[in-house]
Design a protein around this ligand. Structure first.
Ligand code: NAD
Ligand code: TYD
Length: 340
């Protein structure tokens, strides 16, 4: 099988590239990535010379480049991770989110229609369901929860999902969609909560918690997400959406305190800063469908996963140091300098 993985130089995409090469060594994996600020070719260095792996630097919005790649590789399966993925950046500049997340998805699916494929899989997010109130712990997102977005990021992801389902209904494209909760693990870009807090704590820098810090996210170890997508490709029903989450709800403030504890840093590093605009209160996934239909269950408990993740950042300064010493500095100053 030839599989194109878009966004494979980013956080989840790279973990998925490694997962597929390990679990399906007979398959050929082609990674298509634009290498934006979030894409990192050094992440893929361990597999770059493998015979059944190819890296192509291209933009999913570039129709000619995408069609050329389909002509060269005759892919059977496309898994689309490529996206602008950071909510705070989407609040600053929505346009690129619409371009990549919506138009890029359309270009990929047009290529699938033109050349024919067995499966197009869209990697989506639980954020398309909006948020849940903190005082209703009985409520969870199911696949039939109405789409109700808050940020330009989640709106762009929801738009892409609607387009994917429309291509299925209108053109019969064999699609599946997964909507996963917040991932954590190796190669997570340090603008996101967990790696940002680990790296700041290591430098004894302030830990900027938005608002009251009581917002809840449902955290899943990245490898569990990769296994879920692999299963959906193998056994998922075409035209279906699968929620992926591990019933692991945590308040932001508790995660930051845990990171302080694990690193032996004082909680006095924690600073409550101006809240994110439109900040979603709580995400919580009901994963019954993927469990019952495909037998998927998360394998990594948060207590173990967070220890592994912290250890990974301690062991891989060579991966994150070049990131935080580059343009990331300007980003950090812009986003946090005046947050107070
Ligand atoms: P990321 O920002 O770490 O990586 C995105 C990758 O896409 C980068 O390698 C980047 O270079 C590439 N890319 C961006 N624009 C591109 C373009 N126009 N053409 C080709 N490549 C492009 O993101 P991530 O956290 O790994 O998320 C991957 C996917 O999973 C996204 O679609 C995101 O919406 C979804 N998702 C993420 C989470 C999470 O917790 N991180 C949870 C659920 C779903
Ligand atoms: P993030 O990692 O950006 O993921 P998402 O917004 O997609 O859930 O943020 C996770 C949570 O952490 C979210 O509630 C915002 C909060 N947060 C902070 O409190 N401080 C920070 O510096 C960042 C990046 C996030």
């Amino acid at each position: 099988m030839n599989i194109i993985i878009t966004g494979g130089a980013g956080f989840i995409g790279s973990n998925f590239v490694f997962h597929m090469l390990k679990e399906h060594p007979q398959d050929r994996v082609i990674c298509l990535d634009k290498l934006t600020y979030a894409g990192n070719l050094s992440t893929l260095a361990p597999v770059m010379d493998q015979d059944n792996f190819r890296f192509v630097k291209a933009d999913i919005c570039d129709r000619n480049a995408v069609y050329r790649l389909f002509e060269e590789e005759h892919p059977d399966v496309i898994v689309n991770f490529a996206a602008e993925s950071h909510v705070d950046r989407s609040i600053e500049n929505p346009a690129i989110f619409l371009e990549t997340n919506i138009m890029g998805t359309a270009v990929l699916m047009d290529a699938c229609r033109k050349y024919g494929i067995q499966r197009y899989h869209q990697v989506s997010t639980d954020e398309v369901y909006g948020d849940l109130p903190l005082d209703r712990p009985d409520l969870f997102f199911t696949e039939t929860t109405p789409i109700h977005t808050s940020s330009p990021y989640s709106s762009s992801k929801a738009s892409a999902d609607l387009l994917v389902l429309a291509y299925h209904r209108t053109y019969g494209l064999p699609v599946t969609i997964s909507r996963c909760s917040n991932n954590y693990g190796p190669y997570h870009f340090p603008e996101k909560l967990i790696p940002l807090m680990i790296i700041n704590a290591l430098h004894d820098k302030p830990l900027p918690v938005y608002g009251d810090g009581l917002n809840v996210r449902d955290w899943l170890y990245v490898e569990d997400h990769c296994r879920a997508i692999d299963l959906i490709l193998q056994k998922g029903r075409v035209g279906e959406v699968y929620n992926v989450g591990g019933h692991n709800e945590m308040r932001n403030i508790d995660i930051v305190k845990l990171i302080c504890k694990e690193l032996g840093k004082p909680e006095s590093l924690i600073h409550h800063v101006t809240d994110r605009k439109g900040h979603d209160r709580r995400y919580a996934i009901d994963p019954t469908k993927i469990h019952k239909e495909l037998g998927w269950l998360p394998e990594t408990k948060f207590a173990d996963g967070i220890k592994k993740t912290i250890q990974w950042y301690l062991d891989h300064e060579d991966w994150w140091q070049p990131i935080i010493s580059g343009e990331y500095q300007q980003y950090y100053q812009k986003m946090y300098g005046s947050r107070g």
